[in-house]
Design a protein around this ligand. Sequence first.
Ligand code: FES
Length: 187
Amino acid sequence: MNPEEQGREDSARDNSGLQDSGGEDSGSENSKRRAFLVKVNLGLGAFGALMLGAPVIGFLFAPLFRQIDRKWQSVGEVSKFAQGQTVEVEFDDASPLPWAGLSSKTAAWLQRKNETEFVAFSVTCSHLGCPVRWMADARLFLCPCHGGVYYSDGSVAGGPPPRGLTQYPVRINQGQVEILTSPTPIT
Ligand code: FES
């Protein structure tokens, strides 16, 4: 091989070496770029899911952190209620919606046990929320919607209700019977 041919061969080898090294560089840069784009995509996806899911999560968990409005409300003078009787008493819902109007009124069944003891039950059936009625002769609460029946102490006697009637705390204050009201129980 003459010196001229030797020079050409060396130069070709050098060029080929340069090209190989350039290919590796661009390959590794491509994979870095791809990894970066994958991370960006994942980040954007997670951000989008968070933006869509936040209102739903807030809606589901807000009731757990909401302060329950409870207040004592008078339902009448003690002397108005006869011992052994169960009567319906009305009062304002403890947490009415601003537009509730008449529907902000709710009720309870009040029983006078003796001179000083009263018991109050929510009128709301624990099955699907229909108002229950007191049947004095049978001494039972009946729910007309699906035939739920409760004993006079509010426990379930029959039908689909999964639990007894909710009870409100009751007290006598300055000659008035007062019920510690809370938002109408949602079944
Ligand atoms: S709502 Fe009362 S039994 Fe169904």
